[in-house]
Design a protein around this ligand. Structure first.
Ligand SMILES: *Cc1c(COP(=O)(O)O)cnc(C)c1O
Length: 230
């Protein structure tokens, strides 16, 4: 089933990209495997998927020991500063950096490990009170404070738009994230201002996100099925 779903998603990525004049190679699928066992990740790996997204540090660490180094993992959940050490060790990218305290903790651990790490700044684009992410109007100020943290490579922005049954409602939020990224890119805040990552779009709205410029789409349910409730 994972194999079939993966083919289906790849095809949709391809047709959507072509339809809106984008190079499909500029869009990466992050397979969101939270709450699914390592065996499901293995199955996706056999079908050629090598990039995964996880929300919980301990769960991800456990699965990574089972799987080994074949696959890459992005952290996409809420990260507490006291988990920075483990996060710095096991992830290729942290997509959810949204405050200086967390960034400073990560940078400190990375220095000790002698390595650099790709990060995205999570933006609360819909300005929802309960949601993580820096407010769009505060993003530039946060980036200013992250620039001196030399073991972090700021690759771009990530967002989770407000939930709505009509997926088209996400479109203006995706547009807003892209416009914010373009403004920050002009001001040269990113590690590579020619290649700025935009992580946006999930199972229900990833084709819309691709149309609006997503370079990383995070898909769980459409690939692995409905998440088991514990
Ligand atoms: C769970 C999760 C996803 C995947 O959502 P689906 O609707 O299952 O595709 C994507 N992004 C984040 C941040 C998540 O927590």
């Amino acid at each position: 089933m994972i194999d079939c779903n993966l083919q289906d998603i790849r095809e949709k990525i391809l047709t959507t990209a072509i339809k809106c004049g984008r190079d499909p190679a500029t869009i990466q699928l992050v397979a969101v495997s939270k709450k699914f066992p390592a065996a499901d990740i293995q199955e996706a790996i056999r079908a050629g998927q090598l990039l995964f997204g996880e929300n919980y540090i301990q769960e991800a660490a456990q699965k990574k020991t089972e799987i080994g180094d074949t696959a890459s993992f992005h952290f996409i959940g809420h990260l507490q500063s006291n988990k920075a050490k483990l996060a710095a060790q096991i992830f290729q990218m942290i997509e959810t950096v949204d405050r200086v305290k967390l960034a400073t903790a990560l940078n400190k651990e990375l220095k000790l490990l002698g390595k650099s790490l790709d990060i995205l700044v999570q933006v609360n684009i819909g300005q929802e009170p309960q949601k993580s992410g820096v407010l769009p109007q505060d993003a530039e100020n946060l980036l200013k404070q992250l620039i001196p943290l030399s073991n972090l490579r700021i690759r771009g922005l990530m967002t989770i738009p407000p939930h709505h049954d009509n997926h088209e409602h996400a479109r203006p939020h995706f547009q807003a994230l892209r416009m914010l990224a373009e403004e920050l890119k002009r001001k040269a805040y990113f590690f590579d201002n020619k290649h700025v990552e935009l992580s946006m779009g999930m199972s229900s709205d990833y084709t819309i996100a691709i149309e609006e410029g997503a370079t990383l789409i995070r898909i769980g349910t459409a690939l692995f099925g409905h998440r088991p409730v514990k």
